[in-house]
Design a protein around this ligand. Structure first.
Ligand code: HEC
Length: 262
């Protein structure tokens, strides 16, 4: 009998500790997450996804896209960047001076020194903080992902395996619905050696009606003569969801802005 109670208490403690670690602690840390504002602006962040895009999240989940795609940009450092905002009384000297200085990928001290050199010559500058890391140099985002990015998503689809690119900002990278639809219908029509499976079953091949919705497919992928390929509502919702993926606004907890393109 005595051992019975011991086993019960031990099992209760083990399960209780994992519940506290995996459920209670994250809920205390992130459960109160609410809408915030974009840094140095009054714009609210995040904005709710439009209706079709919110439905598209369920299509994304149902088709297992998160098995191959993440939605979490990682960052492993920061760098300062000095941007010339005014050339003062002697624009030629100041812009020549700025052109000769290294202004991106700087430490705080180097950024301050560059800003001072330009200020001494009469120019005006702004110093920006940017994220750095492999994901950012691949162009997947300008800052690491934070909890509030997922505020309106249920269930969240952060993914953990990257057979394909991270999609956190795909709505900014490929902002064209037709591109998204053609890619879903036939990934190889866009990326010759793509290993992404085709989601052709989200489309309907029907007798041509000259519909404006019909996909414009390259030769070799087009429907047979007299037929057209049109997206089903699920495909339209999924494309709307992909276009709504855009999470790189600078926030209080991630105050990083986009690095200027060299
Ligand atoms: C078996 C793995 C796999 C699955 C499942 C998968 N993808 Fe992909 N995806 C890839 C690969 C690999 C690429 C890169 C080649 C390409 O662009 O076709 C890619 C590329 C993409 C791109 C273009 C990304 C860019 O940066 O150009 C989008 C958008 C995309 N996938 C969306 C989806 C959606 C939506 C689903 C679910 C309906 C999905 N993928 C399911 C592997 C996958």
């Amino acid at each position: 009998m005595k051992t019975g109670i011991g086993v019960f208490v031990a099992a209760f403690a083990a399960l209780g500790a994992s519940w506290a670690g995996f459920v209670l602690a994250p809920s205390l840390q992130l459960g109160g997450t609410k809408v915030t504002t974009v840094l140095n602006s009054t714009d609210e962040y995040p904005v709710q996804r439009p209706g079709e895009a919110a439905l598209g999240l369920q299509v994304y989940r149902a088709n297992g896209c998160a098995a191959c795609h993440t939605q979490q940009v990682q960052q492993d450092g920061t760098a300062f960047e000095v941007v010339l905002t005014g050339a003062g009384k002697d624009p030629v000297t100041v812009s020549n001076l700025a052109a000769g200085l290294k202004l991106t990928g700087l430490t705080k001290e180097a950024a301050d020194a560059a800003a001072k050199t330009i200020a001494d010559a009469g120019g005006k500058t702004e110093t920006h903080l940017s994220g750095t890391g492999a994901d950012i140099s691949r162009g997947w985002g300008s800052r690491h992902s934070v909890a509030v990015d997922f505020l309106y998503d249920a269930p969240v689809q952060p993914g953990s395996l990257r057979a394909g690119p991270d999609l956190t900002n795909i709505g900014a990278r490929a902002a064209d619905a037709n591109w998204q639809l053609v890619h879903l219908y036939a990934p190889k029509a866009i990326v010759k050696d793509s290993t992404m499976p085709s989601f052709a079953y989200l489309f309907e091949v029907r007798a041509a009606t000259g519909s404006a919705e019909a996909l414009k497919l390259p030769a070799g992928f087009a429907a047979p003569a007299g037929f057209e390929v049109v997206p089903t509502p699920a495909a339209r919702h999924l494309a709307a969801y992909l276009l709504s993926l855009h999470a790189d606004a600078p926030l209080y907890e991630a105050p990083y802005s986009q690095l200027a393109k060299p």
